[in-house]
Design a protein around this ligand. Structure first.
Ligand code: PEP
Length: 249
């Protein structure tokens, strides 16, 4: 099955009106006709600004989180329907920073995935082990447990999700999983998806995230089950992000 790779930037809590304009204008000028799908997941206050900057380009806009709730007394949260009003195409859910700093459990991540799917937003569901878990030989069990929760709640709808394997020890640390380490986990996730959604599993994109950069992207993206990247630091530098996009074919 042919599927386009997806290169998604996660700006995290970075940016300003001026910096966003410079970055997105450079990306729009540099992408031309990409072989892959592209998204930038931006802080919520900048959704409208970035949406207007990418209009007419192949770059889609994503959010970094979405509420599991539809509306009401949930101070500080953004619902999927609100995001949809800003043409948000993707929403990262279950990023390790949200699991770690905001107490997001597998159940919450699964409910957020459901809220995104119900509103036509593609959730980018993050899974990944900590260094301690890897060293204890628990990598496979951890990522399978995280994905199983999402499958359990979302059933056959998981054919519409994107999965991102992000080893926590590789995020923002400059330590990248080797292509072999990443591929091994991606193969485990693919098999799990196959079990849950057999005819659709091959079409579900599994991204790698964790210090992917212009220098290591091509080798990672060449692995059989790596269907794109979720990129933090390097997505804030237009030349680097454009090089990663060029490597995704
Ligand atoms: C991320 O935040 O999802 C990420 C992969 O960050 P970095 O590329 O900076 O490691």
């Amino acid at each position: 099955m042919t599927k386009k790779k997806l290169i998604a930037g996660n700006w995290k809590m970075n940016g300003s009106l001026a910096a966003n304009e410079a970055l997105v204008k450079a990306l729009v000028a540099g992408v031309a006709t990409p072989a892959c799908d592209i998204a930038v997941c931006v802080p919520a206050p900048y959704l409208a600004q970035v949406q207007s900057l990418v209009t007419g380009s192949p770059i889609a806009v994503g959010a970094q989180d979405v509420s599991a709730q539809a509306q009401g007394a949930f101070t500080g949260e953004q619902s999927a329907t609100m995001l949809k009003e800003f043409d948000v195409r993707y929403a990262i859910v279950g990023h390790s920073e949200r699991r770690q700093y905001h107490g997001e459990t597998d159940e919450i991540v699964s409910a957020k995935t459901a809220a995104a799917l119900a509103n036509g937003i593609t959730p980018i569901v993050c899974v990944g082990e900590t260094l301690a878990q890897r060293e204890a030989g628990e990598t496979e069990a951890v990522v399978k447990r995280q994905l199983a929760a999402v499958i359990h709640v979302n059933g056959h709808c998981i054919s519409e999700i994107v999965v991102a394997y992000e080893p926590v020890w590789a995020i923002g640390t400059g330590k990248t999983a080797t292509p072999e380490q990443a591929q091994a986990v991606h193969a485990v996730l693919r098999a799990q998806l196959h079990h849950a959604a057999s005819e659709h599993a091959a079409g579900i994109r599994i991204l790698y995230g964790g210090s992917m950069n212009a220098a290591n992207a091509a080798e990672l993206l060449a692995q059989a089950d790596i269907d794109g990247g979720l990129i933090g630091g390097a997505s804030l530098k237009a030349p680097d992000f454009l090089q990663i996009i060029a490597a995704a074919r």
